[in-house]
Design a protein around this ligand. Structure first.
Ligand SMILES: [Fe+2]
Length: 442
């Protein structure tokens, strides 16, 4: 789904615009307050397709500041200005105020290369974007694949790049990536067919025992990305269930046969593995490490905690959201209200998503809902109590350890991370679990 940033200080307009943009244009609307907010978001999400901004917010020349940033970074992101902006009138579309949502929807559709359809005035894109990682593990596609190129100031054209009968390998996809391409486009009518094809190929690959450990981790990381995106867009369907099962089994396999932890971390960082999967894999690994040192450890505990690791942050969209581990982090984070809400509820929402997953048993649901120390899955508990399930306690300590390890502003050595954990989790059983981490890593 395309992403659009909206800067509109009026709350009513903000609601009307975003609701209609997502309904009719199918774009994901992200709110920002001013130019600096937009610029800092663009640094994390340079692939945003469109920015719609009020010409001025208070005294700030918001549109001008954003325009200058886009120019200086040579970003191709389109801009629409709400209200007059004489300095940019020749370069950018300025909509005269008051702006009606119908006009804004029409202009947005035009900027994103989407055509208006039929009498109901419902706008649908003829092509849907898919991340390049969908192509890493396939050698052919079941349909033609397109790229979107800029034709005029605000016009796009879709050009066929891979024919349905072509065969290719990952090096071709990486070459596109090196050239700065972020997404291919699939004709809307084929999108389901395409995703099922990719999912089946991935399941087959993951179930193949010939893969070496590094290849297995990279393929599982990809599968994780695809499961995450499908769940966020469409919810959990059968193809996603199959892919998640194959991924979790593959994770269990690689966690059991992991090389030295230090080498694994090096590998995860040196390759293009998403933050989400780095976290997920290391978390399963640490859970395994702690579990294998508990007297009550049973084989299926690893399967349970790996399952929870895989799904724990599945609804979160940005790394910034995933990095949050406490209510204090959440309050201080530079996120929109909606982004904060989804961080707040993510444990409960993940459980909700898994209600139709046949493998998600009660243990999994319990650990998942308690994954941030709270029995209702809402928010974060600073110092969780003794009443949680023992597996949840293991998960919480492992999760906190990994989140600190992955945060470049916090210590990354075990002897410096453990004191932070001991001082936060003061209850005896947590201290005991953390102690397991003191033993030497393999
Ligand atoms: Fe989480």
């Amino acid at each position: 789904m395309s992403q659009t940033i909206l800067v509109e200080p009026n709350d009513d307009l903000k609601k009307i615009f975003s609701l209609n943009l997502s309904t009719f244009v199918g774009t994901d609307v992200i709110f920002r307050q001013n130019a600096d907010d937009v610029i800092s978001l663009l640094k994390i999400l340079p692939q945003v397709s469109l920015i719609i901004t009020k010409s001025k917010v208070g005294q700030e020349e918001t549109a001008l500041k954003i325009f200058q940033y886009l120019k200086s970074e040579s970003l191709e992101t389109s801009l629409i200005i709400l209200g007059e902006c004489p300095k940019l009138a020749n370069d950018v579309l300025c909509l005269q105020e008051p702006v009606s949502w119908e006009v804004l929807v029409k202009q947005t559709a035009h900027h994103l290369g989407i055509t208006l359809q039929d009498a109901s005035n419902k706008i649908k894109s003829d092509y849907l974007p898919v991340g390049l990682y969908y192509f890493y593990d396939i050698q052919k596609t079941p349909c033609d694949v397109f790229i979107r190129i800029k034709k005029g100031v605000n016009e796009y054209q879709f050009v066929k790049r891979i024919h349905s009968k072509d065969t290719f390998d990952k090096s071709l996809i990486l070459r596109y990536e090196e050239q700065g391409l972020k997404e291919f486009y699939i004709p809307r009518d084929y999108i389901q067919y395409f995703t099922i094809f990719v999912t089946n190929s991935l399941v087959q690959k993951l179930e193949n025992s010939d893969m070496n450990l590094e290849e297995r981790i990279l393929t599982t990381a990809n599968a994780h990305e695809i499961v995450k995106e499908s769940i966020q867009l469409l919810g959990l369907d059968q193809a996603t269930i199959d892919l998640s099962d194959a991924s979790i089994n593959s994770m269990v396999k690689s966690v059991k046969s992991s090389p030295e932890v230090a080498n694994l971390i090096k590998f995860l960082f040196s390759n293009k593995v998403s933050y989400a999967y780095q976290h997920c894999h290391l978390l399963a690994l640490m859970c395994h490490y702690i579990l294998s040192r508990q007297s009550w450890y049973r084989e299926d505990h690893l399967q349970i905690l790996t399952f929870v690791s895989f799904f724990s942050d599945i609804t979160l969209k940005s790394n910034q959201q995933m990095e949050i581990t406490s209510m204090k982090d959440l309050f201080e984070a530079n996120l929109t209200d909606e982004e904060k809400r989804s961080v707040m509820n993510h444990a409960a929402e993940a459980v909700e998503i898994l209600k139709d997953h046949p493998e998600a048993n009660d243990y999994i649901k319990t650990v998942l809902i308690q994954s941030h120390g709270r029995a209702d899955g809402i928010g974060f508990e600073e110092n969780p109590g003794e009443d949680l399930h023992p597996l949840s306690k293991v998960f919480i300590i492992a999760d906190t350890f990994v989140k600190i390890l992955l945060n470049p502003e916090l210590p990354n050595k075990k002897q410096d991370i453990l004191p932070i954990i001991y001082s936060r989790f003061t209850n005896p059983s947590y201290q005991k679990i953390a102690k397991a981490l003191e033993q030497k890593f393999p």
